[in-house]
Design a protein around this ligand. Structure first.
Ligand SMILES: Cc1cc2nc3c(=O)[nH]c(=O)nc-3n(C[C@H](O)[C@H](O)[C@H](O)COP(=O)(O)OP(=O)(O)OC[C@H]3O[C@@H](n4cnc5c(N)ncnc54)[C@H](O)[C@@H]3O)c2cc1C
Length: 491
């Protein structure tokens, strides 16, 4: 592997997936890189909780677009397959409604057709038409839009032909887009479920986001052996091998500037180090408020979450690897969350059982369970008693699981941890407790999203969920390359 000539040193603040990817790309281009991480371990939201033989991934549990990580390792002359083993998860996601309807997504076309046909008669040609259309959108997105640093809306859209523009379906909602192909509201709810992570409902976000369901169906969902953290650890090892210097347990208190250019960082122990280039992997509005001591820019954020980590003695029957439990009235749940800013009366939630795919994540015969419940942001529930809310949510989740026939005896939960939005905010600096960063509304994507560089302070850059291209492990990993490109363009 060949490295470029020596370039100015860079401080990266935060060792989330975006920070790690940026560190690798910048190191490969010849920069000295020092990465400051507030916590004892890198990974950020994609962290690891180890308790009595259980290994819980704290945040991401659905790994998609493995090609992004394969490319990242390949940039450094490594083969992903030599670094981590990816186990396929199929069915990738199962959706359950209170009236007993179940619907499973699979990358195996024969299974997918059979599942869809249960809910929508003669669906096959429409399903194929959907896959073809969403694939075209996906190609446009990844070939022409997502993987480019472009701040000018005219030039951004200018890369597209008129036909491609129309193909994107930005003029109607995701649900409306799905309705073009599927008569079943259940199928539309399932394929639109990703909208929550993007900070909106499928009835409000643009049709363009059918690419998410497509990406998952086409490329599958995966679990690295050893959990999502095995991927984080492999990338941290790679960064270390390349010579990235890690300062763990070392929070940065302030980004030093003279008002016009970046000068360096000051750590919480008062140490000052000079750097002409700084990349903040800390959530963008948190960087504004805490590290630059200025008013946070106004961004619409994705919701917060309450997460439960349960280490259960013995097997838990009735639960696959990934399940989304929907309420009767799915639309009302989105309205509660995004319009009325309250905990949904009919509670949607997501459960992952990674030990179903990789038994090494729990002691022999035991089960590791992760539950995610979307909730409003901290500012939307001002003064809320989150510990008590989490207690109520726990009871509601367990009651629903019981109603669905899941054999989970509460007394068998030996290991338990709960993170409310307050914990998420305090541990990783997530602005307003938002789990996934800035929302992906039309006004906050592409050239309209917070850019990955500061317009006021020369030498200050951003990487991570709230900047370009967006949230999710693959996106922030791509963001690491984009910020390295940006630095190169501006040097
Ligand atoms: C519960 C949950 C579930 C999710 N599920 C999925 C999923 O299934 N699939 C998926 O792809 N994505 C998922 N996501 C989204 C995904 O986790 C994020 O998009 C991604 O991990 C964000 O990475 P990032 O680069 O923005 O860094 P972050 O993870 O935000 O890391 C930022 C780092 O900065 C550090 N830091 C903060 N302040 C300072 C400071 N002052 N000094 C030094 N360091 C500091 C933090 O400790 C942290 O390590 C999920 C997120 C959550 C919260």
């Amino acid at each position: 592997m060949k490295r470029a000539r020596t370039r100015p040193p860079v401080a990266i603040i935060g060792g989330g997936m975006g920070g790690l990817s940026a560190a690798i790309h910048l190191r490969l281009r010849g920069h000295e890189v020092v990465l400051y991480e507030a916590n004892p371990k890198v990974g950020g939201r994609a962290n690891l909780l180890e308790r009595d033989g259980f290994r819980f991934d704290t945040g991401p549990s659905l790994l998609n677009y493995p090609w992004v990580f394969r490319d990242l390792f390949a940039q450094a002359g490594r083969r992903m397959e030599d670094e981590i083993e990816l186990l396929p998860v199929d069915p990738s996601l199962v959706f359950v409604w209170p009236d007993g309807v179940r619907f499973a997504l699979s990358s195996r076309l024969d299974r997918l057709v059979a599942e869809c046909a249960q809910l929508d008669r003669d669906v096959e040609p429409r399903l194929f038409a959907f896959l073809q259309d969403a694939e075209a959108k996906y190609r446009i997105a990844f070939d022409k839009l997502v993987v480019r640093n472009e701040d000018n809306p005219l030039r951004w859209f200018g890369a597209l032909s008129w036909r491609e523009m129309r193909r994107l379906s930005i003029h109607h909602s995701l649900d409306r887009e799905l309705e073009r192909f599927f008569r079943s509201a259940r199928i539309r709810q399932a394929l639109g479920a990703y909208a929550m992570y993007l900070g909106g409902s499928p009835y409000a976000l643009p049709g363009f986001y059918s690419i998410l369901a497509y990406g998952e169906l086409a490329y599958g969902l995966w679990l690295p052996r050893g959990g999502i953290y095995a991927l984080v650890a492999a990338l941290a090892r790679l960064a270390e091998d390349l010579g990235v210097e890690f300062r763990l347990g070392c929070p940065v208190r302030r980004i030093r500037t003279d008002g016009r250019r970046a000068l360096g960082v000051e750590t919480s122990s008062g140490e000052r180090e000079s750097f002409p280039l700084i990349v903040s992997n800390v959530d963008v509005p948190t960087t504004d408020e805490q590290l630059l001591q200025r008013k946070a820019r106004r961004l619409r954020m994705t919701p917060a979450v309450v997460t439960f980590y349960w280490g259960v003695r013995g097997a838990v029957r009735g639960l696959g690897h990934h399940t989304i439990f929907f309420p009767d009235d799915v639309r009302a749940a989105y309205d509660d969350l995004f319009v009325h800013h309250r905990i949904p009366a009919g509670l949607p939630f997501y459960v992952s059982v990674p030990s179903a795919t990789d038994p090494s994540l729990a002691p022999r015969g035991a089960t590791a369970i992760f539950v995610l419940v979307p909730v409003p942001l901290l500012s939307e529930m001002h003064g809320a008693d989150w510990a008590s809310i989490a207690g109520h949510l726990r009871a509601r989740v367990l009651a629903r699981l019981r109603r669905e026939g899941v054999e989970l005896d509460e007394t068998e939960i030996d290991v338990e941890e709960t993170w409310t939005p307050v914990e998420w905010q305090q541990r990783f600096g997530l602005y307003d407790g938002s789990a996934f960063g800035a929302a992906h509304t039309l006004r906050q994507i592409g050239p309209f999203r917070a850019p990955n560089y500061s317009r006021e302070i020369k030498g200050l850059y951003y990487v991570g969920a709230s900047t370009t291209p967006g949230t999710g492990l693959p996106m922030v990993a791509l963001g690491g390359r984009l910020v390295a490109d940006r630095i190169e363009e501006q040097l």
